[in-house]
Design a protein around this ligand. Structure first.
Ligand code: BES
Ligand code: ZN
Length: 593
């Protein structure tokens, strides 16, 4: 059999991992995560077994019985990493590999104390999606393979380890001055959902199955911000069916975390930029929670099918928001999503294959083409299905979909086949294949009508006719209305208008990063220098790519701010997450700066 995932060397005809056990040691001085991984195959295999690795040192390999296994580490490929080829001498079911990930691991971010809230201890965290798990331990790093796992992680005294798994306890390590934390993951997961974090971490319960983990310095704020998540889990269960992961805990990350959230099962990772102080950004939690069904139970087979994860999850996220806050509120999010989708289409160009739902990614690094398309075009496609067959029928289909495919990974084609069977004729009616296999947005894309949306739109449209907003116009606005308003204003406005807007509404001191960054981008594009100090504050504190990208982009678009952007980036480059650093370097080189 051939390889089935363009981003993995795994060949499932050679053998399939069913369970993993990890023994890892964290060395903060050497920035080294090393130990042993034991792969338990579903059935004994012999001959060649190919595994994925990236920037890993491999020092030994043997069978469960202790017999040497010859291995060969291939030349590293820029996207796939290096193939680890084992030659199993005789049928083997258990394989033990000694490995070490150092500073070059793309999955790991090693933070100096100064990059944490506490400022005393260093911190380590992982981000494995899409293809970085191989940069922690050798594995069949494709979502087609699912495994349960157990882990023992040894750290110096004073550190706490958390994993996206069930904690088993902590005991003194075999070496003095260390402790070993144990975990088990009883539900089978794809490799990209393994996750760990090590640092000064405390916790607080929100409900009987929801707990917040964070550095002690931010724990109370986090517990307040996410106090409603216990109820949110219940609401989601009401729509999508039983929650299958027992607990829904959250870890508030240090600032360098490059995403808004990551749906690591049992332990969602969240950017601290969500701590707005007014619970205005919990949609990100709704999104990661929704992945507990769409993504973590039913998983994309490869990154070419990534829209199955994200499109269904954005739809599910907005269903949760609608249930909690009403349809008008969900419509605001749909409108924000639509703007970002149009921006992505503009960036890629109308004919780009990256504007298809199913994206051909052989030879393409999925991190490089990450965009809103699978999210927002996917959302519109699922919404179109929902509107075409009616909510009642659609909700029943979704439940059967989850029931049918739970704990498996599916391709776009398997999904379409399922839908065709459930809803005969509907795929043709809505021209599903055009949505999935052709670029751009079909004309039958759903539109959203809501009074709140129309009000913001009217106010923004009136700008060019000289209308400036007063307190009365924005009374009762939520953060989403501000975001839309700022997005819908002309691309640059006069310096006087910048000053007035900021003077009246205090945008530069907004605690909501969505408002703040949209405002800063508008002001920077307009050449309004008084926001530079605040911009520096964001760029030197926040690692979330969603904010770094547009800010650097806007700065580089103004010749007078290019030097400022260069200075800040030079100061920060080693402190950003590798992904963020690479993304920003791309923006600089594209801008020719
Ligand atoms: N799974 C993604 C994050 C991700 C995607 C990491 C691909 C690496 C590769 C997560 O669920 C996500 O979509 N996060 C969004 C949240 C938003 C859509 C509410 C983010 O980080 O902005
Ligand atoms: Zn997501």
């Amino acid at each position: 059999m051939a390889r089935l995932d363009p981003h993995s060397y795994a060949d499932l005809s050679q053998g399939i991992t069913g369970a993993i056990s990890l023994k890892l040691n964290v060395d903060f001085d050497a920035k080294k995560l090393s130990g042993t991984v034991r792969l338990h195959l579903r059935k004994p295999a012999s001959g060649i077994l190919d595994l994925d690795t990236r920037a890993l040192e491999i020092t030994g390999c043997r069978t469960g019985e202790g017999n040497e296994i010859p291995f060969e580490l291939g030349e590293p490929d820029a996207i796939l990493g290096a193939r680890l080829r084992l030659q199993l001498p005789a049928p083997a079911q258990d394989i033990e590999i000694d490995c070490a990930a150092s500073d070059g691991s793309t999955a790991l971010d090693w933070l100096a104390p100064g990059q944490t809230a506490g400022g005393v201890l260093p911190y380590l965290y992982s981000q494995c999606q899409p293809h970085h798990a191989r940069s922690i331990f050798p594995c069949q790093d494709t979502p087609r393979v699912r495994f349960t796992y157990s882990a023992e992680v040894t750290v110096p005294d004073g550190f706490t380890v958390v994993m996206a798994a069930a904690p088993g306890g902590v005991a003194p390590g075999t070496r003095p001055g260390t402790r070993t934390f144990t975990f088990t993951m009883p539900q089978p997961i794809p490799s990209y959902l393994t996750a760990l974090a090590v640092g000064s971490i405390a916790s607080k319960d929100i409900s009987d199955r929801v707990r917040i983990y964070a550095e002690p310095e931010v724990l109370d704020r986090a517990a307040w911000e996410f106090a409603g998540v216990g109820d949110m889990v219940g609401v989601a269960e009401g729509i999508f069916g039983p929650y299958e992961w027992e607990r829904y805990d959250m870890l508030v990350m240090p600032f360098s975390f490059p995403y808004g959230g990551m749906e690591n099962p049992r332990l969602t990772f969240l950017t601290p930029t969500l701590l707005a102080g007014d619970r205005s950004l919990v949609n990100v939690v709704a999104h990661e929670l929704a992945h507990s069904w769409t993504g973590n139970l039913v998983t994309n087979a490869t990154m070419e099918d990534f829209w199955i994860n994200e499109g269904f999850t954005v739809w599910a996220e907005r269903r949760i928001l609608e249930a909690l806050e009403g349809p008008d509120y969900a419509a605001l999010h749909a409108a924000i999503g639509r703007i970002s989708l149009d921006e992505a289409f503009e960036r890629f160009g109308a004919d780009s294959p990256y504007t298809q739902l199913k994206t051909p990614l052989a030879g393409v690094d999925p991190d490089e083409v990450y965009s809103e398309v699978p999210y927002e075009k996917g959302f519109l496609f699922v919404t179109l299905l929902e509107r075409t067959v009616g909510r009642e029928q659609w909700d029943a289909v979704i439940r059967r979909y989850i029931e049918r495919f739970r704990f498996t990974s599916i391709t776009t084609e398997e999904l379409l086949e399922f839908l065709d069977h459930e809803l005969p004729g509907v795929l043709d009616t809505i021209q599903a294949r055009r949505w999935v296999y052709k670029p751009g947005l079909p004309e039958n894309a759903p539109v959203f009508v809501s009074e709140r949306l129309e009000n913001v739109r009217a106010l923004a449209d009136a700008w060019t006719r000289g209308k400036r907003p007063g307190a009365g116009d924005v009374a009762g606005w939520k953060a989403e209305e501000w975001q839309l308003y700022l997005k819908w204003l002309p691309r640059d406005v006069s310096l006087k208008d910048c000053e007035d807007l900021d003077g009246r509404f205090g945008l530069t001191s907004s605690g909501n990063y969505e408002i703040l960054v949209n405002w800063l981008v508008l002001a920077i594009r307009s050449g309004y220098a008084p926001v530079l100090e605040r911009t520096r504050g964001v760029l030197t504190n926040v690692g979330r790519m969603k904010y770094l990208r547009p800010l650097y982009q806007a700065l580089l678009g103004r010749p007078e701010f290019q030097g400022f952007a260069r200075d800040v980036f030079d100061e920060m480059r080693d402190r950003y997450h590798t992904l963020s650093r690479v993304a920003i370097e791309g923006i600089f080189s594209k801008a020719g700066v």
